[in-house]
Write a protein that binds this ligand. Structure first.
Ligand code: ADP
Length: 497
């Protein structure tokens, strides 16, 4: 009798679970009819949109549909030179002479305009880059505005930030940014440069130029003097031409480690200042006393919600052996509930991979992982036939020597290892070429402090992950680069003392 009741209850539970896992959300796509996009975009030089010298344009596509959105101008060396001359002219004639309090007003105005156009900017970010609308709406765009707000506040307080050191601006900053946070990276770079009195030539990544060009419109609307910010578009050689330009005083680069190394060589022996924010392979570490459900959610947030397109993504998971079974079971369950698909849908957790090239790279790593002997587990969800999508993937039974545990994949792929002792996990977490970020999940404050002092990572999150704020510095160790962006530290690379 008792076992019959038990069986009945188990059946009821199973039905309930089926109900929850089968339950589908109705489509909830963000509207796009309010978006005004031009068929063709020009270069933004000296306050105006001008045609490229090359006469060439390239397509920018929506990675979720593979449809063309617009044509983007391809700059050449001559355009780079014109942009640098415009920035130098603006520096000499206006920007360096303007009282800092006045400069701050422009930066503040840019922040306000980003806020006013937040909806438009987030939809365009998602259409052009493939990231979920939830991410661009709740993270990218508000943080971009906040960076301008924050640095507007510093513009007339540099003497207080660096007392008795008499900080001075450098001149013209050349800034090259990647495709994972297009508008946010532009804000990270432009806001501190302007606050410290420098002028700018910025190049967005070739697959995600649109929000940088929208920012150019905002800059025009803000009344910022002509030439203070110039935005030029194109592929790698445009960035290389900026790096090699003789009249640029500082290069700020965020992108791949290979290009970062090339840039470092290219400017060796010149007096250009340099900051590099490069790749990462962050360790997320769960101890047995951690709040497991919260930790699992943090792991998912760290690697899956952003398509894994974050240099600081928590792409390696270390779980203490005693809780490994529970964590892995919960991770698998959570993976099943993740929604992969239309990035414009507000329910989507994992949007599109940014480009065909990146999708191929991720798929290549999936093969490498299996061939190296790791156990692959993928969510059973369906993915759209068109567009660049990949299922969230776990690799279990991985070891330190596996390439998927060492190399940056930049996709929703998590390599899982277990550990027994603190010493072991610190050794393993640090044993990679990168050192950008890490996460620690434990109930003990003392353990958090112990870990943060021993992990060779620029940022260590404790009982949370991927949290950003304009007031806190961000940057790496080892092959993840050098120099800090954000916070008071983020002012320094744009100043001489
Ligand atoms: P990813 O692999 O993430 O695309 P890249 O380092 O190739 O990263 O690109 C980041 C940015 O650097 C992009 O804007 C790209 O156009 C630019 N870039 C690529 N090659 C070079 C180069 N040799 N010099 C300067 N910038 C470059």
């Amino acid at each position: 009798m008792r076992s019959k009741t038990k069986q009945k209850m188990a059946k009821k539970e199973a039905k309930k679970l089926e109900y929850f896992t089968d339950w589908k959300y109705a489509p909830s796509p963000e509207a796009t009819d309010h978006i005004r996009l031009q068929k063709q975009y020009e270069l933004f030089i000296n306050g105006k949109f001008v045609k490229p010298n090359s006469g060439k344009y390239f397509d920018t596509i929506n990675p979720a549909t593979e449809e063309k959105i617009s044509s983007i101008a391809e700059a050449n060396d001559k355009d780079v030179d014109t942009a640098v001359k415009a920035a130098r002219g603006a520096y000499d004639k206006t920007w360096s002479k303007m009282p800092a309090k006045e400069r701050a007003k422009y930066i503040y105005r840019i922040a306000r305009l980003i806020q006013e156009r937040a909806r438009e900017l987030s939809v365009i970010e998602t259409m052009d880059g493939g990231k979920s609308i939830r991410e661009s709406r709740d993270i990218d765009v508000p943080l971009a505005a906040n960076h301008f707000f924050y640095y507007a506040g510093w513009a007339d307080k540099l003497e207080y930030a660096f007392p008795n050191r008499h900080p001075k601006s450098l001149g013209v900053a050349g800034q090259v940014i990647p495709w994972n946070f297009p508008l946010l990276m532009a804000a990270w770079k432009i806001a501190p440069a302007l606050a410290t009195g420098n002028t700018v030539v910025l190049k967005p990544a070739e697959t995600t130029s649109l929000t940088a060009l929208k920012l150019a419109e905002i800059i025009q609307e803000s009344g910022l003097p002509d030439g203070v910010v110039n935005i030029i578009t194109g592929h790698g050689p445009v960035g290389a031409s900026m790096v090699n330009h003789k009249d640029i005083n500082k290069i700020a680069f965020t992108g791949s480690t290979n290009v970062g190394k090339w840039i470092q060589k290219a400017i060796a022996g010149t007096d250009k200042k340099l900051t590099l924010e490069l790749g990462g392979k962050a360790a997320n570490i769960i101890f047995e006393d951690a709040p497991i459900n919260q930790a699992v959610e943090g792991i998912v947030n760290g690697i899956f919600f952003n398509q894994g397109h974050v240099c600081c993504a928590g792409s390696r998971l270390f779980v203490q052996e005693s809780v490994a079974d529970e964590v892995i079971r919960k991770l698998k369950d959570r993976l099943e509930t993740l929604i992969v698909g239309d990035p414009l849908d507000k329910n989507t957790d994992i949007g599109a991979i940014n480009s065909k090239m990146q999708l191929n790279k991720i798929n290549e790593y999936l093969k490498i992982g299996v061939n190296d002997g790791a156990e692959m587990y993928q969510s059973s969800c369906s993915i759209p036939k068109k567009g660049f999508f990949v299922r969230p993937t776990l690799f279990l039974n991985t070891s330190q020597s596996h390439r998927i545990s060492q190399e940056e994949i930049f996709g929703p792929v998590l390599a899982v290892q277990t550990f027994r002792t603190i010493e072991e996990v610190i050794e393993k977490a640090n044993n990679i070429p990168y050192g950008l970020s890490a996460g620690v999940w434990t109930d003990k404050g003392s353990r958090i402090f112990n870990m943060t002092s021993k992990l060779r990572a620029g940022v260590v999150w404790a009982n949370t992950y991927n949290k950003f704020d304009p007031t806190s510095p961000f940057g790496g160790y080892k092959e993840s680069g050098f120099g800090r962006e954000g916070g008071l530290h983020g002012l320094m690379p744009y100043l001489k003392f």
